[in-house]
Write a new protein. Structure first.
Length: 87
């Protein structure tokens, strides 16, 4: 028996303004670096799809894929495989 799944999640980042991050080394106090973080994408989608099969001897196997859509300069891909045995 095979089951397919599909999902779309909408994600919105509330606090996504540009900002400065100040860093310094622990063993060299006084030597600081300022890094400017630019404003990123606030709205994007997460797409999920996959398949699961169940066998008669309490064994199930699934394979899924997840990716991020609509974000510039970011690539986020996730492949998930599971083997499950119930006892």
């Amino acid at each position: 028996m095979f089951f397919q799944y599909f999902g779309i999640n909408y994600e919105h980042e509330l606090a996504n303004e540009s900002r400065n991050i100040t860093t310094e080394l622990v063993n060299q106090r006084g030597l600081t670096w300022n890094t400017k973080i630019n404003t990123g994408d606030r709205d994007y989608l997460r797409l999920k799809l996959g398949m699961q099969t169940k066998f008669v001897n309490n064994l199930s196997v699934s394979l899924g894929y997840e990716t991020l859509l609509g974000k510039q300069n970011v690539s986020d891909n996730y492949i998930n495989g599971q083997i499950r045995w119930q006892f």
